[in-house]
Ligand binder design. Structure first.
Ligand code: ZN
Length: 227
């Protein structure tokens, strides 16, 4: 089973990707993780990637393509790709790679939430600058407002989590993904999962679909039997 997963900020796609990886034994290929790992390794490429991010620039397609495709070569089959492809150029590279290697995508799944929901989920996040504990003003508030339960430090909001930043990231996601969604719709692979509600509720919208794909690929073809 080979799938793509994407969704706007706060959609819960990483949480669900982890569940999918656990249940179906897929390789998790996250462009964000791959880029962060390269930076952490301190290679020449990693340093250059770090400079792109520090300037707030987009990483060139050729670099992202090379990193993701080399990871994909190692995984071969049974993967879930998170955060890729994000541009027409990346779609083309991925499609060519899959075609050349006889690999078939089963699904391009978007976990969708509204802009209001995205803002509420992310702008409500508070983190502890000392121990890294994460809270949410509505969903998992600290016992004492503004103070870390673990170490007592004053909680802060990450710059990236500010309302206006989230709003911009959301709009950017929608406009960047529109042509890509259109492409996968045309190929009959696009499925939009309603990402509103609890993690369990959303998971129960995803699981039956993937169970079906898994059953179809593992059940042997049999000749028809009488009823
Ligand atoms: Zn703390």
């Amino acid at each position: 089973m080979n799938i793509l997963i994407f969704g706007p900020p706060g959609s819960g796609k990483s949480t669900h990707s982890r569940r999918i990886v656990d249940r179906y034994g897929l390789s998790y290929i996250s462009s964000g993780d791959i880029i962060r790992a390269e930076i952490a390794r301190g290679t020449a490429l990693g340093n250059e990637l770090g400079r792109f991010l520090a300037r707030g620039d987009l990483i060139p397609d050729t670099v992202v393509n090379t990193l993701v495709i080399s990871r994909l070569r190692r995984a071969r089959q049974n993967f879930i790709i998170d955060g890729y492809p994000r541009t027409a150029e990346q779609v083309l590279t991925l499609e060519n790679y899959l075609y050349d290697h006889g690999i078939v995508l089963d699904l391009a799944m978007e976990i969708f939430i509204s802009k209001e929901e995205s803002i509420e989920r992310i702008a409500g996040r508070r983190i502890c600058p000392r121990c890294g504990a994460v809270y949410h003003v509505k969903y998992s508030p600290p016992k004492v407002p503004g103070k870390c339960d673990v170490c007592g430090a004053e909680l802060i909001q990450r710059e990236d989590d500010r309302r206006d930043v989230v709003e911009r990231r959301y709009d950017l996601y929608i406009s960047n993904m529109a042509p890509i969604i259109k492409f996968y719709k045309r190929h009959g692979l696009y499925v939009r999962i309603d990402g509103h509600g609890s993690i369990e509720e959303v998971w129960e919208r995803i699981r039956p679909l993937l169970d079906y794909i898994r059953a179809r690929e593992t059940s042997p073809r049999r000749p028809p039997e009488p009823l």
